[in-house]
Design a protein around this ligand. Structure first.
Ligand code: PGA
Length: 247
């Protein structure tokens, strides 16, 4: 499985970042899972420097701009030069801060142009009685993929993260059955945008209150390729317990 640790702004000191990174390297050495760490931007270059382990690093976001007079922006190119291989794009917390589908599409193409593997986050805010949330998720995928080439689309990792399940506890997260239905739907949408076998090969992750108490059940119950983990990834004991539960 692909296990992406999104430390968000939970990790604010370098010593803790280094502890979590060392732990991920140990876990990567002992298991067959692939580990990607998304630290706060100031720590990424430090952690990635001289990295010879299987662990890879991700930007939590990239700028909608390329280089130039843009104070405060961190571009996809800068993240590559700091040692990133992945970039989380369109996380709901970035969308809440103003990223529209159009901005997300722009960030996705900047990431791809720099050779970063994008982890495109999609997910509905809430579920009503009907099925309008399916159309919402479809549009998030379609608008992002429409602007990039077929070859580039095949590289995009999708992270399904329903907003109503983010930042809570395992008890509030999605259940395996609902997740399984949604993942099938996402794969159907991907099949419209990806040629032949690429849709079946596309990686689809789940994120939203993945904890030691539900990771195993979710992994067993749905056709997912891994997890995007927030709060549980920022504490050594909980991420170790999640990984242990998957072995
Ligand atoms: P959570 O966050 O695991 O804290 O719910 C997941 C995410 O937002 O990526």
């Amino acid at each position: 499985m692909l296990i992406v640790s999104n430390w968000k702004a939970y990790v604010e000191d370098l010593a803790k970042a280094k502890r979590l990174s060392a732990l991920a390297k140990r876990l990567a050495g002992k298991t067959r899972h692939a580990f990607v760490l998304a630290p706060p931007a100031p720590f990424l270059g430090i952690l990635a420097k001289g990295n010879r382990s299987k662990v890879r690093f991700a930007a939590q976001d990239v700028s909608a701009t390329t280089g130039g007079a843009h104070t405060g922006e961190a571009t996809a190119c800068a993240f590559v030069n700091a040692g990133a291989h992945y970039a989380i794009i369109g996380h709901s917390e970035r969308r809440a801060a103003g990223d529209t589908n159009e901005i997300v599409a722009g960030k996705l193409s900047h990431a791809l142009a720099q050779g970063l593997t994008p982890i495109l986050c999609v997910g509905e805010r809430a579920r009503d009685g009907g099925a309008t949330y399916l159309g919402f998720v479809r549009e998030e995928i379609a608008s992002a993929l429409a602007t990039v080439s077929a070859k580039e689309r095949a590289q995009v990792v999708i992270a399904y993260e329903p907003l109503w399940a983010i930042g809570k506890t395992a008890a509030d997260a999605i259940g395996p059955r609902e997740l399984s239905e949604m993942i099938l739907y996402i794969r159907k949408v991907l099949a419209e945008y990806l040629p032949g076998k690429s849709a079946a090969r596309a990686k689809v992750l789940y994120g939203g209150s993945v904890e030691p108490g539900n990771a195993r059940e979710l992994a067993a119950g749905a056709e997912i390729d891994g997890f995007l983990i927030g709060h549980a990834s920022a504490e050594p004991e909980s991420i170790a317990a999640v990984v242990q539960s998957l072995s």
